[in-house]
Design a protein around this ligand. Structure first.
Ligand SMILES: Cc1cc2nc3c(=O)[nH]c(=O)nc-3n(C[C@H](O)[C@H](O)[C@H](O)COP(=O)(O)OP(=O)(O)OC[C@H]3O[C@@H](n4cnc5c(N)ncnc54)[C@H](O)[C@@H]3O)c2cc1C
Ligand SMILES: *[C@@H]1O[C@H](CO)[C@@H](O)[C@H](O)[C@H]1NC(C)=O
Ligand SMILES: *[C@@H]1O[C@H](CO)[C@@H](O)[C@H](O)[C@H]1NC(C)=O
Ligand SMILES: *[C@@H]1O[C@H](CO)[C@@H](O)[C@H](O)[C@H]1NC(C)=O
Length: 582
């Protein structure tokens, strides 16, 4: 199959899903839409019913005496978003904000467009409704660094553990009955299972032979090693924040969710106290909501800084240039962090067996993850890898290469060809604690305009060096018995802009620039310590908090959804506690 026929098929599939959506087959699962007149006054307004917003909505509305209003720009999750094997079909649809990065003239040059698609969910559950289902907490050091940056020990790994436990309903008996069982919960809202297919096992052994550990549970304080990951899948269905935290409480009388409505501005009184929000419905009607208690922004790492800046909270120069009056001069939008992805491909044993029929209830193909350190005496990781095993399933390789990571058509056709009659290992490798920082700005003072996003990827040369070291460490697995026995080999692509590759490190430097994308872990744009205090309150104003991926001072060393969840669980307690003390 060539890339253009692949894209034609993908479009047809998305078209078929649209027909299904019109039938509203799963509407019964989601909270009903409230009307604007129900909202004249609320105790709390939450902006965004995404990953964090759904959790805050659930926890604050536990008290029936508190009126909680949630404004969400998107609508109900469509049926296909609930089917784990279909995540490649969810982006560039009506539930994606379709944000893109600015062309930096350096990264993203070897692609159809010289920018990256920064997919972000515009739907109940937010990005947890379209993400790739990996549930990994990251490394204890990440959270200890949050505590340092915020000057507040309560954000340390040890002190956050009870919130990780509280959020979970782990369904994996093996882990629950093992020594690390105590690090997990079975009474929480979020149901989790584990990749249980066998084909990753031979790879885990191969990495063990190269000196890595096989760990059964990377979420219990020891991160380094290779494992079959936990996934936010239960009963064969995606567990987004919407399905886990909103569906079970959708009939609470004090919870008011308004869908397809965008918050355009935070309203303040003369004392810089947030008193409500300004909204616009999808059909263009504007209205305002007043709050008795607080406004909580959970619009995600791009739309949260955008909304703060539109409301006068941000860098003075930037806001002055757009004619926005400044209420609080803060580095909003700075400190953008993400995990840049580099794609690596290995070809393994020949196989002519018919691939098993795709199982809609599972991750698209068997998967394993691994954390490695370049310095072998270091206790925390330098890199993470997410690996997918294709056994004669080139169609899925094409989905990953072309739809998910949008690599160049030439590369994707070569990967597709490699995947016919052969086992292929598709790997995403990330430097987990990058030094490079990006930033987010307003494009204009018009709330309809998307923000300007500069990823800053690889702007620190040390990140390139770290990528090269990490790749070399990872691909040494080709020296393991298993890889040797099946003639396992790394695919070295010929890039038109890489003629001058005199040595291996020069080749990898060029490779990294050609085989890169985002891993969608945008964070840090309204960080604790600089924009927020350690109770997530926006500095310089009152009655306003930020609770989402923007609040992380430093990105965690893994996929970040689990970190967003724990941040929201803790924030809910902080908010409740400040109300009883007020
Ligand atoms: C394609 C993809 C794959 C990923 N894969 C993984 C993975 O496998 N594992 C993992 O751990 N993480 C993954 N992530 C990352 C993770 O899902 C996100 O970091 C996390 O969901 C972000 O949560 P949030 O609450 O900060 O924002 P979101 O969940 O994005 O929520 C923000 C919400 O606010 C709404 N909103 C925004 N602006 C407004 C406004 N002005 N008015 C009203 N509503 C508004 C949005 O519509 C959205 O619902 C992935 C992300 C993506 C996009
Ligand atoms: C995103 O783009 C797709 C087409 O590429 C479009 O169908 C969809 O409506 C867009 N999403 C939004 C929220 O505008
Ligand atoms: C929900 O209500 C808002 C405000 O009345 C309206 O604009 C929006 O279209 C409604 N959404 C749905 C899915 O009914
Ligand atoms: C490797 O890690 C150890 C333990 O943290 C440290 O003491 C040492 O300086 C590191 N070596 C290098 C080359 O960074």
């Amino acid at each position: 199959m060539d890339v253009s026929s692949f894209h034609a098929i993908t479009q047809a599939v998305k078209g078929a899903f649209l027909v299904l959506t019109a039938l509203s087959l799963t509407a019964y699962k989601w909270p009903e839409n409230k009307t604007v007149k129900d909202l004249s006054t609320c105790d709390f307004v939450i902006v965004g019913a995404g990953t964090a917003g759904s959790i805050i909505a659930n926890r604050l509305s536990e008290d029936p005496g508190v009126k909680v209003c949630v404004i969400e720009a998107g609508g109900d999750p469509p049926l296909e978003s609930e089917i784990p094997s279909l995540f490649a079909f969810l982006t560039k649809t009506s539930i994606d904000w379709n944000l893109t990065s600015e062309d930096d003239g350096f990264t993203a040059q070897y692609r159809t467009n010289k920018y990256l698609d920064l997919s972000t969910g515009k739907v109940l559950g937010g990005s947890s409704t379209i993400n790739h289902l990996y549930h990994v907490r990251g490394d204890p050091k990440d959270y200890d660094d949050w505590a340092k940056a915020s000057g507040d020990e309560s954000w340390s790994w040890q002190n956050l553990l009870p919130y990780f436990v509280r959020s979970e309903h782990l369904e994996d008996e093996y882990i629950l009955n093992s020594e690390t069982g105590k690090y997990h919960g079975t009474n929480g809202y979020l149901r989790l299972t584990r990749e249980n297919r066998d084909s990753p096992l031979k790879y885990l052994k191969a990495f063990k032979e190269m000196g890595h550990k096989i760990v059964e549970d990377v979420n219990a304080g020891e991160t380094l090693g290779f494992t079959r990951p936990l996934l936010s899948i239960s009963g064969g269905v995606r567990q987004s924040s919407a399905s886990s935290y909103l569906t079970p409480i959708k009939d609470r009388q004090n919870l008011y969710i308004v869908k397809n409505t965008m918050v355009t501005k935070i309203i303040f009184n003369g004392n810089k106290q947030a008193t409500g929000v300004q909204c616009t419905t999808s059909d263009g009607n504007a209205f305002a909501i007043n709050t008795q208690k607080e406004v909580i922004i959970s619009a995600g790492a791009f739309n949260t800084p955008k909304l703060l800046m539109l409301s006068g909270i941000g860098p003075t120069d930037h806001l002055n240039n757009l004619g926005i009056e400044v209420l609080s001069d803060l580095p909003v939008g700075q400190n953008l962090q993400d995990h840049m992805a580099v794609i690596l491909i290995h070809k393994l044993e020949a196989t002519t067996e018919t691939p098993p029929a795709a199982d809609p209830t599972k991750f698209p193909l068997p998967t394993f993850i691994g954390f490695g350190a370049v310095n072998k005496s270091q206790s925390y990781p330098d890199y993470m890898t997410s690996n997918v095993i294709s056994r004669n399933s080139p169609d899925v390789l094409m989905q990953l290469c072309s739809s998910v990571f949008a690599l160049h058509d030439d590369v994707c056709s070569q990967i597709y060809a490699a995947g016919v009659d052969r086992e292929v290992l598709f790997t995403v490798i990330n430097v987990v604690r990058p030094i490079s920082r990006g930033h987010v700005e307003l494009r204009s003072a018009n709330p309809e305009d998307s923000p300007r996003i500069y990823t800053g990827f690889l702007s620190a040369d040390a990140d390139i060096t770290k990528f090269i070291d990490s790749i070399e460490d990872y691909i040494s697995v080709t020296e393991s018995d298993y890889f040797r026995n099946v003639n396992g080999e790394t695919m070295y692509f010929n890039f038109p802009n890489c003629d001058d590759v005199s040595n291996a490190r020069a080749y990898w430097r060029c490779y990294i620039l050609n085989m890169m994308d985002t891993t969608f872990h945008y964070s840090g744009t309204c960080a604790m310590g600089s924009v927020l205090d350690s109770s997530l309150r926006v500095k310089g104003v009152s009655k306003l908090r930020v609770v989402d991926a923007s609040a992380m001072p430093n990105i965690v060393s893994s996929n970040i959804n689990s970190a967003v969840i724990v941040l929201a669980e803790k924030a809910a307690d902080l908010i409740k506690h400040s109300q009883t003390c007020a």
